[in-house]
Design a protein around this ligand. Structure first.
Ligand code: DQA
Length: 189
């Protein structure tokens, strides 16, 4: 069963703040990232995927973004989800994990949907084994963030938000003091 999380600010709160122009971003985690926290800790650290997703969800609330976070160990499932992002999403953040170095199918799906995509890697793939230095995804991504650990996901979300704002999307800016923090977070599955 894939992990599917949806994080959204509460509708009532949105009505109060008038921030109904929500940006929707799909966050995809590839194979073996469900094992973070116990997997090769010297390379990937001790943060779990849940902890990463929770910090992403918190930042998304601050930025006024709805996140749809999913993890799969299956290439085809990731391809299907990327295709799904064609309707209703403005961007994608993806750590394709090992598929980074092998998957023409994931690259083609990203090229087909043509949404601004940020490629994230916890480790610096350019400092590791030779085979990890090739990314099939980077050629169709807006940017690659590699080597910052879990913070890389937060940088990706901030960068994508800035990119979409500066490219004319009608998005809310980061919340200011006078804009109260939305309190509701929904999590499905
Ligand atoms: C990774 C790097 C990949 O080479 C590796 O296969 C992963 C994780 C990273 O986040 O550093 O599974 O994408």
């Amino acid at each position: 069963m894939p992990r599917l999380y949806k994080f959204a600010v509460g509708i009532e709160r949105l009505a109060e703040t008038g921030r109904t122009d929500m940006l929707r971003v799909m966050v995809l985690h590839g194979p073996n990232l469900n094992l973070l926290g116990t997997r090769e800790e010297s390379i990937y650290g001790t943060a779990t995927l849940d902890a990463i997703d929770t910090s992403l969800a918190k930042l998304s609330e601050d930025l006024g973004i709805t996140l749809d976070i999913r993890q799969s160990n299956l290439e085809g499932e990731l391809v299907t989800w990327i295709q799904e992002a064609r309707s209703g999403y403005q961007g994608i953040i993806i750590n394709p994990a090992a598929y980074t170095h092998t998957s023409v199918a994931i690259r083609d799906a990203l090229a087909a949907v043509n949404l601004p995509t940020i490629e994230v890697h916890l480790s610096n793939i350019h400092r590791r084994e030779e085979f990890r230095r090739t990314s099939y995804v980077s050629g169709v991504a807006l940017a690659q963030i590699s080597g910052f650990g879990p913070v890389g996901y937060l940088l990706a979300l901030r960068g994508l938000h800035e990119h979409l704002r500066s490219n004319g999307s009608k998005l809310p800016g980061p919340r200011t003091r006078s804009t109260p923090r939305p309190r509701t977070r929904t999590r499905s599955h």
